[in-house]
Design a protein around this ligand. Structure first.
Ligand code: SF4
Length: 401
């Protein structure tokens, strides 16, 4: 048995932690790893598209799909990277190929494609919906030219507005992705930008605060003292303002950073937050099926080689212990407004009511601190707990360590 290696051609993993075949209906994620430029805050796996083998990568994605994609997926999410960057013939090849292999066009209740403004014009938006996309997720991020430049984005405010308009003219749902708490941005600046975006009446909004992840250019700059992030009080004010402005526009918060018109919540992401099963294809993609999880290399060359040779590109896999699975289910679930039902969490973690469940005890402790509340049997964050959601949820993650 050889160890997984980024450099070798083999990607052998212990058979006992190989993923079981995904049942029909499992959520499907496809990672298109190309962008116009690499943003300095981004920790997703992506590379600049110039000079890359786009066609070969689409071929590899379909090759991997033939071996691993679930039949009749209930949701499909084409993410990245920037899927809208693919030229039209490759988009047709990818979507037609995936449909031939999985039948997603008749099974999926939701098909999302991530798009960035520099590569989403009315023709591309229409083509994507014709190919089966029901939800266009547009990476607006900001409507301020200086902020977009700071974020290293390839588009300016006008392109963002044009892309929102192009998406709105289709029959697909529109989701706007935004980032707040950039340096020098006040809560009033943020509210102005957000309000302008919401004038387009998107059915969905994802609004994340700028976080500095290890391994990114921003992280290096902050370590060197060249980058200062927004003060905590501005971050908190932007977070509160997001809810007020989104709710006034008819979008309710259903997850800590996600808002939707009723009935337009992202079904694919709800599967992640329910700690459900999903299959991820493409470099860097992760899959979770049954009680096991596995991931592909975050690098294009080995991914392409392995898929060609072995029809899969599994670099690592793991079987989580029961408490870890339980902690993860609470950690993810508490990010949702719906919160967590303890019995449901046990079942999701592959356990039953006979074990001594430590999670409700921790939930009661946090209730005494005013951070959680129990409503009709479900634990959820209080108004005081929401801004501290990450820290609170992580306490549950620690149950499994
Ligand atoms: S466009 Fe998105 S995926 Fe691409 S580098 Fe920027 S943040 Fe990352």
């Amino acid at each position: 048995m050889s160890s997984p290696s980024l450099h070798g051609l083999t990607a052998t993993v212990p058979p006992e932690v190989r993923l079981p075949p995904a049942p029909a209906g499992t959520a499907l994620y496809v990672h298109v790893p190309f962008c116009v430029v690499k943003c300095p805050y981004c920790d997703f796996f992506s590379v600049e598209a110039e000079g890359q083998d786009l066609s070969g990568t689409v071929g590899a994605l379909l090759h991997e799909a033939r071996a691993r994609a679930p039949q009749a997926p209930k949701t499909v999410f084409i993410g990245g990277g920037t899927p809208s960057l693919l030229p039209e013939p490759l988009l047709v090849e990818l979507f037609d190929g995936l449909d031939e292999l999985t039948g997603f066009r008749s099974s999926a209740v939701e098909v999302t494609a991530e798009c960035n403004p520099e590569s989403l014009d009315p023709n591309k938006a229409k083509l994507l919906t014709k190919l089966g996309v029901t939800r266009l997720s547009v990476g607006v991020q900001s409507l301020n030219a200086e902020t977009l430049q700071f974020l290293g984005r390839a588009h300016g405010p006008d392109a963002a507005l044009r892309a929102l308009e192009a998406a709105r003219e289709t029959e697909a749902d529109v989701s706007a992705d935004m980032i707040y708490a950039c340096p020098d941005q006040s809560a009033d600046d943020w509210e102005d930008e957000l309000s302008q975006v919401l004038e387009f009446e998107p059915q969905h909004l994802s609004a994340y605060n700028l976080t500095i992840e290890e391994g990114t250019v921003f992280h290096v700059q902050r370590e060197r003292g060249e980058l200062t992030t927004a003060p905590e009080e501005v971050e908190l004010a932007c977070f509160e303002r997001t809810r007020e402005v989104a709710e006034a526009a008819g979008l309710g918060r259903y997850e800590i950073s996600n808002y939707a018109q009723p009935g337009h919540e992202c079904q694919h992401n709800l599967t992640y937050w329910a700690n459900g099963a999903y299959v991820g294809l493409g470099p860097g993609a992760v899959s979770k099926v049954g009680l096991a999880r596995a991931g592909n290399p975050r690098s294009l060359a080995p991914y392409l080689r392995w898929v060609q040779k072995e029809e899969h590109a599994t670099l690592w896999s793991e079987q989580l212990n029961p408490l870890h699975r339980l902690g993860e289910t609470w950690w993810l679930g508490l990010r949702r407004s719906a919160g967590v039902d303890p019995m449901e969490a046990l079942l999701t973690a592959g356990l039953d009511g006979t074990i001594d469940d430590p999670a409700p005890g921790l939930a009661r402790e946090l209730e005494h601190q005013g951070l959680l509340e129990n409503v009709a049997g479900r634990w959820r964050l209080t108004d005081r707990g929401w801004p501290l959601a990450d820290g609170v949820a992580r306490k549950f993650l620690a149950l499994g360590t």
